[in-house]
Design a protein around this ligand. Structure first.
Ligand SMILES: C=C1C[C@]23C[C@H]1CC[C@H]2[C@]1(C)CCC[C@@](C)(C(=O)O)[C@H]1[C@@H]3C(=O)O
Ligand SMILES: O=C(O)CCC(=O)C(=O)O
Ligand SMILES: [Fe+2]
Length: 338
């Protein structure tokens, strides 16, 4: 796939706890036990995880060394995972561990900034980049217990996009932050009540093509498969990879994008860094003809990543049925404006 349109999402539900405007800091929780109702999720979405997902661990060392056997084994494991639930973890992925920890540290540093400084990079409604606290500007219920920082990133851009983003919005002091934040992060939180009633990120399938996620040791990423919620164990140095719905469409429904969520930890804050890989805006998502089956049936219409992104940002909150509802919306908007 020609995929050079990506975005970075940094989020931290815990820092929300410490820095949110409506005094949602630790002293607030000591005095109050009530979580604002907009943050409370339905019981069905909060069902606790029982088991760990035994997702494949893919070692990319052989691939990078040009070793045929190692490459084939990795490819087999990836295919198996994508046919089943679309989640796997990679080790020896080539991303230097020092780069990952520097990105993590800078992310943590960003979320610890005072709200006034963070709001200098606040996401405006039409934009896909910027800082957002619980998406309060977009939604009024089932709010995620997190704050996020998203940065658009185009591989073919001549500019150091991330560095410029930090430098121009937060000043020269943040040039280093931009240098080190190569992938981005999401986060969980602390506090008994919020931990039991809220979610860092609600159940959804990623609308994107591919998500590369670095989660810290706190954990909290759960996947819904085999009819139950299963946790994805944080493995030191590993990256979690998952298929998004754009990839499902590209594979004509063969590769699955699985429902997942990030739960809030009752005593520890959590940071995760997600790098979303997407097709270029002008590329139509069309599966290769050998994936169409005997009848040549297409499962999804021709669409571009920007169509699907627009749908999730302005018409629909990504959940378990985004691709199905996008397809309906897209076809009916096309028949109205052919
Ligand atoms: C294109 C995207 C929209 C979201 C960020 C990326 C990939 C996943 C989406 C999201 C995380 C799914 C759950 C709801 C959401 C609003 C969130 O909790 O952040 C989603 C992101 C978004 O719409 O900004
Ligand atoms: O924080 C996590 O581990 C997952 C977040 C997520 O699913 C997303 O950003 O799409
Ligand atoms: Fe996700």
């Amino acid at each position: 796939m020609d995929s050079n349109n990506s975005s970075l999402l940094l989020s931290s539900s815990s820092v929300l706890l410490h820095h949110q405007k409506h005094q949602l800091d630790s002293s607030f929780w000591e005095k109050q036990i009530k979580v604002p109702k907009q943050f409370i999720w339905p019981k069905g979405d909060l069902v606790e995880v029982q088991e760990e997902l035994n997702e494949p661990l893919v070692d990319l060392e052989g691939f990078f060394k040009g070793d045929e056997m190692g490459t084939q084994q990795a490819a087999r494991r990836i295919r198996e995972a994508c046919l089943k639930h679309g989640f796997f973890q990679v080790i020896n992925h080539g991303v230097d561990s020092r780069v990952l920890s520097a990105a993590y540290d800078q992310t943590a540093k960003f979320f610890k900034l005072p709200p006034t400084l963070k709001s200098r990079v606040k996401k405006i409604p039409e934009a896909t980049s910027g800082y957002a606290s619980s998406h309060t500007d977009r939604f009024s219920s089932k709010l995620p217990w997190k704050e996020t920082l998203s940065i658009d990133f185009h591989e073919n851009s001549q500019e150091p996009v991330v560095v410029n983003y930090f430098k121009s919005n937060l000043g020269e002091d943040f040039e280093q932050t931009g240098n080190e934040v190569l992938i981005s992060g999401n986060n969980g939180t602390s506090g008994n009540q919020p931990g039991r009633l809220t979610l860092g990120t609600g159940p959804h399938r990623d609308p994107t093509s591919l998500t590369i996620l670095y989660q810290d040791e706190v954990g909290g990423l759960d996947v819904f498969t085999n009819n139950k919620w299963m946790s994805v164990r944080p493995r030191p140095g590993a990256l979690v990879i998952n298929i998004g719905e754009t990839f499902t469409a590209l594979s004509n429904g063969i590769y699955k994008s699985c429902l997942h969520r990030a739960v809030v930890n009752t005593d520890k804050e959590r940071i995760s860094l997600a790098f979303f890989v997407n097709p270029r805006d002008d590329k139509v998502v069309i599966p290769p003809s050998d994936l169409l089956g005997n009848q040549g049936t297409r499962m999804y219409p021709d669409f571009t990543w920007s169509d699907l992104l627009r749908f999730t940002q302005f018409h629909y909150r990504a959940d378990s049925d985004t691709l199905k509802n996008f397809t309906k919306w897209f076809l009916s908007s096309k028949s109205l404006n052919p």
